[in-house]
Ligand binder design. Structure first.
Ligand code: KG4
Ligand code: ZN
Length: 346
């Protein structure tokens, strides 16, 4: 079984072909970084136009790389939300058009489900496991019980983790995207020179929060005044440490909760999977790995290329849905918001 996947929900235009034996036959991603760089963030209208300019070519490239034709695929999967709606519409319409002309079934994929099921493509993980999704648009921890079966144990009550990295990088004039820039600066800095707050410390539950921390950085910058390069590096290091501490601390409660409800009898560890662009942060990975180990979990991280937005994860999620019998009509409406756990309040 071979599925075509299409992803256009943020600033990556992507197409991929994936087979049910977990082989990625083609995986092409075009990042729009350069287009958004002058604005210091993703501009939805620019993103939508760029997706439109490139998606057809990328789909053709994926087929060429895999040496396949439309006749060889079993279904077409496209991200239909959540995300920047202009971009989502471009990908969804492209997927539907290909399905219509080829007569192949169409599968509407939730972008977050793509991230959530990636560890099954890369590591063949069995359900259930925990997923920590930390990206530019999301910060949440989910119990992944099965295809389409999620329970959200915590999520950010304000900003996403990546957004906080991007804002702090902007305040420190470190450039865009902020995460890698903060990590580079922090490597030269002293994380202990400044003390930043740990949001929600000691509060029950596994929710996250970044706006207070971001504000503390703003106040700190004001109090320092003119920033030297060393000041910048030290502030970046203090911020990165606060984020890593905060995320690991909050996530640890979800691990405890999960382990209490899913007792393992086979002596194997539970899995905590991390995904999203912020999962690239090495200090965060270190903190998460230590915290997970303390609680008898193994930290599983898909390769970076599959942690950030890509279409292989969409093809794979489409494949998992398709083989369970799920299909969608061509009238499926793209959704700007589409929570994985509909019972979650926020
Ligand atoms: O998953 P992603 O590529 O796109 C979506 O948001 O869907 O995540 C991008 C985010 C950006 O906010 C970027 O600053 C952050 O991931 N990021 C990092 C690092 N690399 C990328 N944050 C912290 N440390 C990094 N090394
Ligand atoms: Zn994403």
């Amino acid at each position: 079984m071979i599925i075509l996947g299409i992803e256009t929900s943020c600033d990556e235009t992507a197409a991929a072909l994936v087979r049910d034996d977990r082989t990625i036959l083609a995986d092409v991603v075009l990042s729009q970084l350069d287009e958004h760089q002058p604005y210091g963030g993703v501009v939805p209208e620019i993103a939508a136009r760029a997706h439109l300019d490139h998606i057809d070519r990328l789909v053709a490239q994926a087929f060429r790389e895999a040496a396949l034709t439309l006749a060889d695929i079993d279904a077409v999967a496209a991200t239909c939300g959540p995300g920047l709606i202009g971009g989502v519409i471009v990908g969804a319409m492209t997927g539907k058009a290909i399905a219509a002309v080829s007569g192949k079934p169409f599968v509407a994929v939730n972008h977050l489900e793509g991230h959530a099921l990636t560890a099954r493509l890369t590591h063949g993980l069995d359900f259930p496991y925990l997923l920590l999704l930390v990206s530019g648009g999301h910060c949440q921890i989910l119990e992944v019980r099965g295809v389409g079966q999620f329970r959200r144990l915590g999520s950010t009550i304000d900003d996403a983790a990546g957004e906080a990295f991007d804002k702090v990088a902007k305040m420190l004039a470190l450039g865009y995207p902020g995460g890698p820039a903060v990590q580079r600066a922090a490597a030269q800095g002293d994380a202990r020179r400044f003390d930043l707050p740990r949001p929600l410390k000691g509060k029950p539950g596994s929710d996250f929060s970044f706006s207070g921390l971001k504000n503390a950085v703003r106040l700190l910058i004001q109090s320092v005044g003119e920033l030297s390069e060393q000041d910048r590096n030290d502030i970046a290091a203090a911020f990165q440490l606060a984020v890593a501490d905060h995320i690991a601390d909050r996530a640890s409660k979800a691990l405890k909760d999960f382990a209490g409800r899913h007792r393992r009898t086979d002596g194997q560890p539970h899995h905590l999977v991390v995904a999203g662009g912020v999962a690239a942060n090495s200090l965060l990975r270190e903190h998460l790995a230590k915290m997970a180990e303390r609680q008898g979990f193994t930290l599983t991280a898909p390769p970076l290329r599959l942690c950030t937005d890509n279409a292989a994860m969409i093809a794979w999620a489409g494949l998992e849905r398709f083989r369970l019998g799920f299909r969608n009509g061509l009238d499926f409406a793209p959704r700007p918001r589409w929570p994985l756990d509909p019972s979650a309040k926020r």
